[in-house]
Structure formats: C-alpha cells, structure tokens
Design a protein around this ligand. Structure first.
Ligand SMILES: Cc1cc2nc3c(=O)[nH]c(=O)nc-3n(C[C@H](O)[C@H](O)[C@H](O)COP(=O)(O)O)c2cc1C
Length: 158
C-alpha cells in the first residue's frame, strides 16, 4: 500500500469479524515496529503477542472503561518498555505502537490502542489498583519491563 494511503486509511477499529490473524502477519508487524527510532538507539521496546482467547478476555478486564471491546479481538500485541535502558521508554514505546498500527493497516488489519500506563482499573477510583499491575501479574511481566499499552488486532467487521 502507498504510504499516504496507509496514513489516511488508519483509524481505530474496535469490531472484528472473528477470523484469526495469521501468525506470520503479526510477526511482520512486529518486525516493522522493531525498526522504530529510539532515544540513543536504546531499542527499549519489547512486544508480547497474545492470541489465547481466555488471556485476551482477561486483558479486556484490565479497566472498567475503554478496554472491554478487546475481548473479541483475535490477537493483541502488548507494548512493553525496558525502563532500565532509558528514562524515555514511554516515548520509545509510543513510537513503536504507532508503527504497529500503521503496519497493521498496511496488512489489511484493524487495530486499536488501549492505554495501560498510569490508568487505574476503575476510572472513578484511583485506589482500585493500576491496570499495569493487573496486566503484569496476568502476563508474568518481569521486573524492569513496563507496559505502555495494548494494541488489539483483527480483521475489521465491516
Ligand atoms: C495514547 C492513546 C491512548 C488511547 N487509549 C485508548 C483506550 O484506552 N481505549 C480505546 O478504545 N481507544 C484508545 N485510543 C484510541 C483513540 O481513542 C483514537 O486514536 C482517537 O479517538 C482517534 O481516532 P482514530 O484512531 O480512529 O483516528 C487511544 C489512542 C492513543 C493515541
């Protein structure tokens, strides 16, 4: 797809047609994300592919708002940042996540960014625990790796 066509075509897609996403496609998307620039070339971003339906359903419960639709996504990419490599892990992750969304569009997939970093589980209750801690436990994320966001992936419903 032409570059400007990808840019124009990308939009947040939250409804999927139920088809699974081919593993090769997800790996291609991640290989694009790995070309993203990073502060001092620290390459602090890391990616976790999740395509197990039960785990995706549990991910969708990380927040009371803005994440429920993830339940019906056939795959998600968790975008992680190594905070031991750079204080700019958030910035690096955000660029990586953007590359993921553009590569998904180029692959004929819909995607949506679901934010994790700094978000409470219950939006009206800052003491409800963090979405990040919930996901860290669920996914077994090791110390030093932080989670910026989750990108849902799937063939658009329409
Ligand atoms: C930093 C960031 C956080 C976002 N968080 C969420 C989210 O938690 N849930 C959601 O459904 N969409 C989320 N989005 C998607 C935005 O709502 C969406 O990009 C915006 O409304 C513009 O629509 P478009 O992507 O179709 O251009 C997020 C996007 C960004 C860039």
């Amino acid at each position: 797809m032409d570059f400007l066509e990808v840019i124009k075509k990308r939009h947040s897609v939250r409804k999927y047609d139920g088809r699974p996403v081919e593993r090769e496609l997800i790996e291609r998307i991640i290989s694009v994300a790995e070309t993203a620039p990073s502060s001092k070339n620290t390459k602090s971003s890391a990616f976790m592919i999740v395509d197990d339906a039960d785990t995706i359903a549990a991910i969708s419960e990380m927040r009371d708002r803005g994440s429920a639709f993830v339940k019906d996504a056939p795959a998600v990419i968790v975008v992680l940042g190594d905070e031991t490599r750079t204080d700019l892990w958030v910035d690096n992750c955000a660029i990586s996540a953007t590359f993921i969304q553009l590569a998904a569009t180029d692959s004929g997939l819909g995607s949506c960014w679901v934010h994790v970093n700094g978000r409470p589980r219950v939006s009206s209750d800052p003491d409800s625990g963090s979405a990040e801690d919930y996901l860290r436990g669920l996914l077994g994320v090791k110390d030093g790796l932080r989670i910026l966001c989750v990108i849902s992936l799937g063939y658009p419903a329409e």
